[in-house]
Design a protein around this ligand. Sequence first.
Ligand code: ADP
Ligand code: ZN
Length: 436
Amino acid sequence: MIYNEEFETLPREVLEALQLKRLQQVVQRVYHTVGFYRTAFDEAGVKPDDIKSLADLARFPFTTKQDLRDNYPFGLFAVPMSSVVRLQASSGTTGRSTVVGYTKRDIDVWSELMARCFAAAGLNKNDIIHNAYGYGLFTGGLGAHYGAERLGASVIPMSGGNTKRQIMILQDFGPTAICCTPSYALNLAEQGRAMGVDMRNLKLRVGIFGAEPWSDKMRDDIESALNITALNIYGLSEVMGPGVSMECTEGRSGMHVFEDHFLIEIIDPETGSVLPYGEKGELVFTTITKEAFPLIRFRSRDITTLNIAPCRCGRTHVRMDRVMGRSDDMLIIRGVNVFPSQIEAVLLNIEGVEPHYQLIVERVDTLDTIEVQVEVSEKLMDESEGEVRVLQNMERRIVKDMKDYLGISAKVKMVEPKSLQRFEGKASRVIDKRQI
Ligand code: ADP
Ligand code: ZN
């Protein structure tokens, strides 16, 4: 089913005319309301009036995650706080993380786009949706929740964790659809089986999974473990949250980007130049209807390809392939975003620890694990005379700080001074062994 038949199936030329009009408006608006954009445009020598066609956008400067951090928390908002009805933040980041705001109308649009996603998955008001995305600052939970309500479905606001209870609810309430991260779906299937529950015979029909990278192999595993159709959904808090793009049921053929609200470009991450459809590069988003937190040419760092070929479902919106990687070093550990530099910051705050560390990421069964190996200082080694208890206390402290500041559960191993690899040139701190 197509939730908004009119806008999701606009002929390309009509859609592009609409995009141009909306783009001109938003560029004008940010130029006059957000100091950051005025300065950035002036420095690049461009004016809002320069947008005469969609291609003109390529002359405008990019916005990066660093720009968002520099303007933490509300510096890029384009409306006064009295018009903001909701604040959310990107998962698991300390201090200068990414804070996003929404007006009432922004929430309205977001709800509609999430409703479009559910409809694209074949759901309607008769469905019961088990929402296991985390509720809270993270955009997943509330984003999906409002969309499910907009569709008129019955939503179960489960949030994440408490797996045994989730399995009980899956049996008792009989939801027909589930949304969560793909790794959590596998985890549920596994724990359910361990509890003796026949997970293939629940009422579940469809799963809507996203917020982290996954593969078709994982999709096969989830589909067979839960006996459902598993679909991919994509989003990022900066641009809106979940529901920026969604697969339709026309067979694993990419996610339609809701282009009446977002302009999407694909660029060469090295040179910044715009690439044609079909080429692999980094996604760049411009929001053309957002009020509170409009973004111009935001570099997502997500690497994929775009496909403009018509889709059998009738939607005319461009499709993006699954995210194949990132052009930065961000890790997603059980749905929590974390940069090695943030882990480093936590380590460097602790006396007796050397700034030499290695991160080992693995997937054990269905769960991501991260081990931090870090060198103890010679000084501490001497003072403690190698006493095990001192090192154990240190490990415990690091585990706690990682949890408190970054929201991730890590295994920490203190190693001898000078035992980790040294790098000439760019350090490669992360060993990612996940096969997904
Ligand atoms: P969210 O709340 O949607 O996870 P975040 O801003 O915390 O938003 O994280 C966004 C990032 O999560 C994206 O830039 C992308 O790297 C990753 N992501 C989201 N959805 C998917 C998906 N379906 N496949 C792969 N990666 C995804
Ligand atoms: Zn389609």
